[in-house]
Ligand binder design. Structure first.
Ligand code: SF4
Ligand code: SF4
Ligand code: FES
Length: 247
């Protein structure tokens, strides 16, 4: 029988020491890393015959949309649900992302990314108390420019690759910064444009980006992160100058 050999970095609690365990699971057609982990869940026995606790990981959509299953697969941050076993070199190494706290095994806590989205007001305010009609139209050119940014699934791969994003830095990170471009381009979202630009001038804001450009290359959705960051940099500079002259 064809088998899949996995070497998994595990961690029992957020503060305990990590360790590795190896597993051999039966190979099935069109298998991906999530289905391999499900095989371990059904029969949590290591390669050397020891019964252990099933490996913990997170997944949801299973179609590279929710971002929950991000992990480091053969050294690269990516989604487990879209990582086909047939395309991976064995033994396959699995480890949790390193820039976020580990909850258990391969499951990480991405709360910091969601907090950063709150900091930059990554939403369009809608007053649901009255009929507001169809609202303003967004120019086709603007739609085309920012649509790729709307595909962000908060997966954390860009943050993992960014040298300036780590537990000891306050940097908001490339994904939440790029969302400012999306919401500031929206005709209603633009009403809070200044508040978002203000957030980018604060601690951990856009100035903390060293332009290493790793982020765009790491994004599974091919979001032009560095282009968005460069545009916002110019807007933030203009905003800061205009504030000086408004005084
Ligand atoms: S350009 Fe470099 S420093 Fe800036 S967010 Fe991307 S990876 Fe990080
Ligand atoms: S920008 Fe790309 S890599 Fe970063 S969180 Fe969004 S989808 Fe993931
Ligand atoms: S399960 Fe949603 S991206 Fe993989």
């Amino acid at each position: 029988m064809k088998t899949v050999h996995l070497i998994i970095k595990r961690q029992d609690t957020p503060n305990s020491a990590p360790y590795t365990q190896e597993f051999m699971v039966p190979h099935t057609d069109n298998m991906n890393v999530v289905t391999a982990l499900m095989e371990i869940q059904k029969n949590p026995v290591t390669k050397d015959g020891q019964t252990v606790n099933p490996v913990v990981w997170e997944c949801n959509c299973l179609e590279e949309v929710c971002g929950a299953c991000s992990m480091i697969i053969n050294g690269k941050a990516r989604q487990a649900c879209s990582a086909l076993i047939a395309h991976l070199t064995q033994p396959i190494t699995l480890a949790p992302l390193t820039k976020f706290p580990v909850v258990r095994d391969l499951m990480i806590d991405r709360q910091r990314m969601f907090d950063a989205l709150k900091t930059v007001k990554g939403w369009v305010n809608v007053d649901g108390t009255m009929l507001i009609g169809r609202g303003p139209r967004m120019a086709q050119k603007d739609q085309e420019e920012v649509y790729p940014i709307s595909r962000c699934m908060t997966c954390g791969c860009c943050m993992e690759s960014c040298p300036n994003y780590h537990p000891d830095s306050a940097f908001l990170g490339p994904a939440p910064i790029a969302q400012v471009q999306l919401f500031n381009t929206h005709p209603i979202g633009a009403m809070q444009k200044d508040e978002r630009l203000e957030a980018l001038t604060g601690p951990g804001g856009i100035a903390a980006c060293g332009n290493a450009q790793n982020c765009a290359a790491a994004c599974p959705k091919q979001i032009p992160l560095t282009g968005a960051i460069a545009k916002l940099n110019r807007q933030v500079n203009k905003f800061t100058f205009s504030k000086l002259f408004d005084k």
